[in-house]
Design a protein around this ligand. Sequence first.
Ligand SMILES: *[C@@H]1O[C@H](CO)[C@@H](O)[C@H](O)[C@H]1NC(C)=O
Ligand SMILES: *[C@@H]1O[C@H](CO)[C@@H](O)[C@H](O)[C@H]1NC(C)=O
Ligand SMILES: *[C@@H]1O[C@H](CO)[C@@H](O)[C@H](O)[C@H]1NC(C)=O
Ligand SMILES: *[C@@H]1O[C@H](CO)[C@@H](O)[C@H](O)[C@H]1NC(C)=O
Ligand SMILES: *[C@@H]1O[C@H](CO)[C@@H](O)[C@H](O)[C@H]1NC(C)=O
Length: 703
Amino acid sequence: MLWSAPRRPWTIRLCCLSRFLTLQLQPPQASPLILRPYQEICLKACLDAHSSGASRIGVSLPTGAGKTAVFISLLSSLEPKDSRPGATRSLVIVNSIELAKQATAQARRLRPDWIVEIEQGHHKATGHADLTVATYQTLLESDRLHKFSPQSFKAVVVDEAHHAAAPSYRRILSFFHPEVQCPENRTHPRTAQDAVPIFGFSATFSRHDGLALGSVFERIVYHRDFLDMIKEQWLCNLRFTTVKANIDLNNVTISTRTGDFNPSSLAHVINTETINKLVVKTWLDRAAKDRKSTIVFAVNVSHVRDLTKTFQLAGIDARFIYAGTPTTERNALIDSFKAGVFPVLVNCALLTEGADIPNVDCIVIARPTKSRNVFLQMIGRGMRLSPDTGKQDCHVIDFVDLTNSVVGIVSAPTLLGLNPDAVVDDVTIQDLETRADTANRESSTATLTTPYPTGYSDLSVPDPKSVTYIDYDNPFVLLNQIMRASPPMVKLSKNGWVDCGEGIHVLECLGKGHIRIEPVLDDAGDHFHAHYTPSIHPQTASALNISRFQTNRKILDANNLGDAIRGCDKYAAEKVLRGPISRALLRTAKWRQAPASPAQTSLVAKRWGYVNKVVQNIRGTSDNGDSLLPERLRNLTKGEAAYIITRLRHGGQRRYIKKTATHQKLLAAEAKEMQRRAREHVRVGPLVSDLQNTDVSSRGKSP
Ligand SMILES: *[C@@H]1O[C@H](CO)[C@@H](O)[C@H](O)[C@H]1NC(C)=O
Ligand SMILES: *[C@@H]1O[C@H](CO)[C@@H](O)[C@H](O)[C@H]1NC(C)=O
Ligand SMILES: *[C@@H]1O[C@H](CO)[C@@H](O)[C@H](O)[C@H]1NC(C)=O
Ligand SMILES: *[C@@H]1O[C@H](CO)[C@@H](O)[C@H](O)[C@H]1NC(C)=O
Ligand SMILES: *[C@@H]1O[C@H](CO)[C@@H](O)[C@H](O)[C@H]1NC(C)=O
């Protein structure tokens, strides 16, 4: 074979690994392949791993890092092993026609001496070329794979290799490498000598499909983060704006295959007039002035169309492409978008992988995702440098749900390990990193610190009509919390005292009024006051147009809560509810077990944000009303309802919400962060090959 002749001069020079190595390729008229410093290091890591016997090698290079240049120089410098002298050909497996074309074009440019063929659709390769670029879809067709005889291949390169653990890829790769298990066939017909080395390249090796990449790759030999690329100015800088919108993602179904939202289900929630207008408005506010070329990612084709229309109605020349756009039309559109003819190009998944439009200086992600991979691919479209078009940086605008109630949504802050609530508006990667560093420092010195940024004003995307705020509350949490009478209180009193938070304790005296103990901090130090507030009969109160709780009497001052409670219990039994009826104050009183009255349930349900319809239904005898309420609320007893209502009256709701919200956010942030780190941290090192193992890509130590 033309290329396999050993000891070409440049091969030797390559091994010297001079800093800015120029490959003077043969024949001399070939374009010189100048590798960037990190590409050289990456290349050397691959060659070292290969010569030390590794044969399933992963390389993690971010989008825009020049993967193709690296794997073409890799394939150029790989020598067939002595044991397989006839193995001189290479196969590159990609996952889209676009990528196949790009890889082929680049290979032909860099290695005009090679025979390069495409195996895709109606393009049929001979199987004898120096390099064949194939789409995996085509290789899965019957008899498209078997012409590639493993004996004559020195390497298989898998592009976008994070897909490689999928059954379809393993079916193909098992043909070349006996240690890759074919999903249908767990027998290994060939011997180890037949193994063709596999090199997988990916922008990120996080496993979004939940399958262990270890089943395909034995180790990751090189990893480079896109942040480093930005710092060294191989990629352009990013600015982020994260918009919190009233999007309820809780009901969106999750695909078991991708672990991400199902597009149709997501489209239901996202493709609304309100959200589409918000997207356009945000773009007008944040990007219209200084951005020339924006790519918008939508959820599905209907969303692509509707969003494009919304842009157009606002007078913006937005156009769209989708998988069904005829190739010639698509190419023409992309060409004029590259030329700056129109400012906004809307698409769904089409442009996530492979599209090369360097002038893009704004990315709008109108498609919440749980996949860091997908998120990175989307922003990757805007990270290429484009000095010709005067591009300075790329503005990434994404949309998340207001409440962050769905765990694992990727947004600008979570990308850098910040709390998903971090307010982000027009901040750079560097800002975010600084904030993440600060947050990390804080959380390593305290048990539960808020990784919140300070000094960033609230995001002001004005559209008050379309962005409404959802209260953060959870009746179940509250109910459970209340019913766990705190052990100290059980010891102090047999009566049904309600802890309303912040030291306030209230005993309801069955319609006669209530006793309230609250802490005071004054010159005398920390102590407690207690007051009795008799209630005026509701009808009297409304007749007089006065509050039912007009006056209160001081009962006592006490140095501690115990004394206060004992004193108040005595007061209640002697002054408020005299005789046997005082037994009704007991925590164990029978009446507390009875079902709550419709009025009580209705009040509780309403205060916790259950819609009016539901409340009306439970008031009446409507049979389907009950089924709309959560079971816990339907089962409410009088005692529980009384506890809750007492807390509501005494400000427990506000305090509780504040406390829970903060706590929940912290817990969620921690959980997310752990999850993110475990699943998405790419490290150089070995991968575990156990398919059952769910924690694979993060294993291993740096060499
Ligand atoms: C499994 O491998 C054996 C041995 O090569 C082969 O004969 C058989 O057809 C394969 N089965 C499937 C389902 O591919
Ligand atoms: C949530 O999903 C369920 C079933 O998937 C559906 O019945 C229900 O109406 C949905 N709720 C909302 C608010 O969309
Ligand atoms: C997009 O999603 C919506 C909402 O689920 C669905 O009705 C529509 O059929 C989808 N459109 C396409 C083209 O998939
Ligand atoms: C009751 O009093 C409030 C203010 O205390 C007043 O606004 C309201 O008009 C009064 N209602 C009646 C019926 O007098
Ligand atoms: C509600 O009451 C029913 C019947 O008493 C019981 O089976 C169920 O477990 C209760 N649910 C809760 C959440 O307490």
